[in-house]
Design a protein around this ligand. Structure first.
Ligand SMILES: [Zn+2]
Length: 84
């Protein structure tokens, strides 16, 4: 089953709204899926490693979790090493 098919089973209603030159997606879904979307798709910040949107607990957070922070740190070290 594709993710889109699974979502269509969980989402009861989805409307695309265009207003003020921006496109919005209105979703009606089960509370479980809504919590999932809130925590994984509707955050204000974008993770610097996995590019998933998340809600930061600290205003200066750049990554969604310690795994991504570590990955980004390793990535930085690696690219610095390449430049030498
Ligand atoms: Zn991440």
């Amino acid at each position: 089953m594709r993710i889109g098919d699974a979502l269509s089973l969980l989402v009861e209603r989805a409307d695309v709204i265009e207003a003020a030159g921006r496109t919005f997606l209105l979703i009606e879904a089960t509370p479980t899926l809504m919590n999932f979307l809130k925590s994984y798709g509707a955050g204000r910040e974008t993770c610097g490693a996995c590019h998933r949107r998340f809600t930061a607990r600290r205003s200066d957070a750049k990554y969604c979790g310690s795994a991504c922070r570590q990955q980004a740190y390793r990535g930085r070290r690696w690219s610095r090493w390449l430049q030498l």
